[in-house]
Design a binder for this molecule. Structure first.
Ligand SMILES: Cc1cc2nc3c(=O)[nH]c(=O)nc-3n(C[C@H](O)[C@H](O)[C@H](O)COP(=O)(O)OP(=O)(O)OC[C@H]3O[C@@H](n4cnc5c(N)ncnc54)[C@H](O)[C@@H]3O)c2cc1C
Length: 439
């Protein structure tokens, strides 16, 4: 049972969202004189940077997810509630959820981001986003379902839309995902589907600006583009998707690609419960915070990570939507709350950028750390090491390491399962049943 405000010994900190920011904050409050209540719609934390490996069958979903109650089993001041937070009432200091209402002394909104389709309803209807485990598993199923469908088609032109895979957005997600799909094509397609030819399958990466991996150095961007090219990915720059009817994707250049699969990694926007004033919502649906991570105009409400926008002269667009920002802000807010309780001042938050990296399949990656640039095998090893040590839980690290080792040795990854068939909203059928091959 959770006690009411008047009955508690310690002030209650409610954290909404068990992502990188929320989890780090809760851990920092261990053994402190506060009661921590973490609320999430899932009972697990997800390591999003490896989600593309779930989508492409290298890792199982439970290798990159960690149960929250297990994560905090040794933290006596910690409580968890599995619930959807519906509304924040900061005047009365109450959080309304799908299971109950909870009062707080300090509130931290760490609800992250969701896919942004920039208002294009058609694209939103048919394209596949990848912002959570369920969506990653949908992609895994759908990629395989389309290969199964392709096998059933008699001639090449009928198979084409099942074998064209379009990834939209040239950030790390799009680059890593298109690289992994192309690797599958090169190493496994022929073994799994002897009826299909490697040359029939095509992977496209569509990016709106003039370069992929826009947040990385010019060198890294060029190297990554070359790696994708070596894997057979067709990168299309300075182009956006204007329409998609479920069968054909239309690009701003006028080009049309017949495809059943468009994976959307082109944009994100903050997601948050109701109750935040629209006056403080910035570009990308993010909550404006001051340099102490406090929500503008609110004293005891903070926002951290992808849902927040800390706009300063140094960073007029806010900080990047990456895990280290969320984690560092989580750590900072823990300190800020404890300082507040002791009537102490806290210096403004400063983001320490440790660098950026992305991998483009086996032996290929790019890493930028300050002025240091790495590529190829060394960068790939660095990428693997950094990700391996960052995953929560010894078991998850071990399973991931074993899976990667098997994949490295055999060029084969095993989790090519359609557990839940993905039923996309259906568009007009382009192949009639009688045209399906019976062999
Ligand atoms: C595919 C992918 C790849 C990425 N790769 C990298 C990478 O390589 N490196 C990197 O640094 N960053 C990467 N990122 C970005 C990084 O994952 C995010 O910046 C980071 O997760 C932000 O952390 P957060 O705590 O703000 O939110 P999140 O980690 O998104 O967590 C938000 C949590 O809030 C919960 N939630 C949201 N709304 C509610 C509600 N109303 N009620 C209850 N619960 C709610 C969600 O269930 C979720 O658990 C990637 C992201 C994606 C999607």
């Amino acid at each position: 049972m959770l006690l009411n405000r008047s009955e508690r010994n310690f002030p209650r900190v409610i954290i909404i969202g068990a992502g990188f920011g929320g989890v780090e904050l809760a851990r920092q409050l261990k053994n402190k004189e506060v009661e921590v209540l973490l609320i999430d719609r899932n009972n697990y934390h997800t390591f999003q940077p490896l989600m593309y490996q779930v989508a492409t069958g290298t890792l199982a979903s439970d290798s990159i997810s960690f149960p929250l109650r297990k994560m905090f089993k040794n933290q006596s001041n910690f409580r968890f509630r599995l619930a959807e937070v519906l509304r924040i009432d900061s005047k009365n200091k109450i959080v309304h959820t799908s299971v109950a209402d909870y009062d707080y002394d300090y509130l931290v909104v760490a609800t992250g981001a969701t896919s942004n389709f920039f208002g294009n309803k058609q694209v939103e209807k048919y394209a596949l986003p990848m912002k959570n485990i369920i969506e990653a598993l949908n992609i895994r199923s759908y990629l395989l379902q389309n290969l199964e469908e392709a096998v059933l088609r008699k001639n090449t032109s009928d198979r084409e839309r099942y074998l064209n895979f379009v990834v939209v957005g040239g950030g790390p997600t799009g680059v890593e995902l298109s690289g992994a799909i192309a690797e599958y094509q090169q190493h496994m397609l022929k073994k799994d589907y002897p009826e299909l030819s490697t040359y029939e399958m095509k992977v496209f990466l569509v990016e709106g600006t003039g370069k992929i991996l826009g947040a990385l150095s010019e060198k890294s961007s060029r190297d990554a583009e070359r790696y994708l090219d070596e894997l057979g990915v067709k990168t299309i720059l300075n182009t956006v998707v204007t329409d998609y009817d479920g069968n054909t994707v239309t690009l701003s250049s006028g080009e049309q690609i017949p495809t059943k699969t468009v994976i959307w990694g082109a944009g994100v926007m903050g997601q948050m419960p109701e109750g935040i004033s629209s006056d403080i919502i910035e570009r990308g649906n993010r909550i404006r915070i001051n340099e102490q991570c406090q929500v503008e105009g609110e004293k005891d409400v903070y926002a951290i990570g992808d849902v927040s926008a800390m706009i300063t002269a140094e960073n007029p667009r806010g900080l990047p939507g990456v895990a280290p920002v969320a984690q560092q802000q989580g750590k900072y807010v823990a300190k800020h709350i404890l300082n507040q309780l002791n009537s102490q001042e806290t210096e403004n938050f400063k983001y320490f950028d440790k660098g950026s990296m992305a991998t483009v399949g086996r032996n290929r990656a790019v890493v930028d750390m300050g002025s240091l640039h790495m590529k190829g095998f060394l960068a790939w090893m660095t990428w693997m090491f950094v990700h391996l040590v960052s995953i929560f839980g010894f078991r998850n690290r071990l399973v991931t390491f074993v899976n990667w080792s098997i994949k490295f040795l055999t060029k084969n990854s095993g989790i090519r399962l359609i557990i839940h068939k993905y039923n996309r909203p259906e568009s007009e059928p382009v192949v009639k049943k009688e045209e399906v091959a019976t062999h």
